[in-house]
Design a protein around this ligand. Structure first.
Ligand SMILES: [Zn+2]
Length: 80
């Protein structure tokens, strides 16, 4: 696991899934790529989709994606 190192280097910001209430850190390496890291349990729906296995850094919870899109529009999440 190198998530802490990525956090230190990645310029991630706290966003969180507004529907699930799960805090996450997110960062954009480009306009098309968003990295998401969970400090605790992932979104309920994301954990469900993963079947209990560790997930890749892909925000498949639709609500989390909405939250990330909103963060980008509001300027809270920018390409680093
Ligand atoms: Zn969610």
């Amino acid at each position: 696991m190198n998530e802490r190192r990525e956090y230190l280097e990645g310029g991630l910001v706290d966003v969180g899934c507004e529907t699930c209430g799960i805090p996450v850190r997110a960062g954009k390496k480009s306009t098309m790529q968003t990295s998401v890291q969970w400090s605790g349990p992932a979104c309920a729906r994301l954990a469900e989709a993963a079947g209990g296995r560790p997930t890749a850094l892909v925000p498949t919870c639709p609500h989390l994606r909405d939250s990330l899109d909103r963060a980008v529009r509001e300027g809270r999440l920018e390409v680093s």
